[in-house]
Ligand binder design. Structure first.
Ligand code: B1M
Length: 211
């Protein structure tokens, strides 16, 4: 059995110690960090998502798997954020109010940092007021919103409206992401772009900066 399969299995089992040990072993074996992330950590979390949906796993198991995933991401982070390149721009990121999912958002933050972006991460459960305050204080080029719940998606147009009302819509590009979203929804709510995953998020951020 390969190290990457071990990592995916350990994520599924919520076995943090094995995730840490096997992630370090994979790094020592010179497996590229992105491959460890995608074929190890994310593969395991995909299975967690499927079985949670099917009712075979419950919240406590998902939470334990999430902690193991975050521990693996912490190890990979320095390897994914190695380049010291001129910053293409500044982005404010947050998971919208009512939503506590942050694994995907954290991954997007890591990949953007890896591409040189200055990332200001507002965390989870971020209200429209907090987004606005952060925009006023930090003057970012981009604002990124994440939502994993169909019930919290409607926060996004509200935040965009708040930014408009403050007269700041022309000062920032807005990108959105999260499993229940799609391109059509992003267009409908007046965002500038939608990214399906963290690699596409980096490409999108770069292209929005240049438009
Ligand atoms: Co929750 N959860 N969860 N959960 N959870 C989902 C999202 C769900 C789809 C599971 C399911 O039923 N199949 C479902 C939502 C259903 C819906 O809305 N239609 C669900 C539910 C129902 C809930 C609760 C309501 C359960 C309950 O309490 N009854 C509850 C809500 C809590 C809250 O937020 N208020 C809840 C709680 C939790 C945990 C706390 C246990 C945990 C989160 C821990 C954490 O994040 N720290 C959790 C988890 C882990 C999941 C699943 C299993 C995995 C999510 C994840 O981390 N995926 C998820 C099932 C699933 O998505 N298949 C599920 C891995 C991650 C790398 O992918 O987040 O999609 P993802 O991010 C991707 C892209 O979406 C994109 O790039 C990322 C990297 O490729 N992306 C962006 C994300 N944000 C972006 C922003 C961008 C660009 C791209 O630009 C700004």
């Amino acid at each position: 059995m390969s190290l990457l399969t071990d990592i995916a299995d350990a994520i599924y089992d919520g076995d943090l110690d094995t995730v840490v040990a096997q992630t370090n072993s994979a790094i020592q074996n010179e497996t590229p960090a992105l491959e460890i992330l995608e074929k190890g950590l994310m593969a395991g979390m995909d299975r967690v998502g499927q079985d949670f949906k099917a009712g075979d796993l419950f919240i406590p198991e998902v939470l334990i798997a999430s902690r193991a995933m975050q521990a693996g991401m912490e190890i990979l982070k320095p390897l994914l954020v190695t380049q010291k390149i001129k910053s293409p721009g500044k982005i404010i990121l947050g998971t919208v109010q009512g939503d506590l999912h942050d694994i995907g958002k954290n991954l997007v933050a890591i990949m953007l940092q890896g591409a040189g972006f200055e990332v200001i991460d507002l965390g989870v459960d971020v209200s429209k007021e907090v987004f606005l305050k952060a925009i006023i204080e930090n003057k970012p080029n981009l604002v990124g919103m994440s939502s994993l719940l169909t019930t919290t998606m409607p926060q996004m147009p509200e935040i965009i409206e708040t930014i408009k009302q403050a007269g700041l819509r022309d000062h920032v590009k807005i990108m959105v992401g999260g499993a229940p979203l799609n391109e059509n929804y992003a267009q409908k709510i007046g965002a500038d772009g939608y990214a399906q995953n963290s690699s596409i998020a980096v490409e999108l951020a770069k292209s929005l900066i240049n438009t």
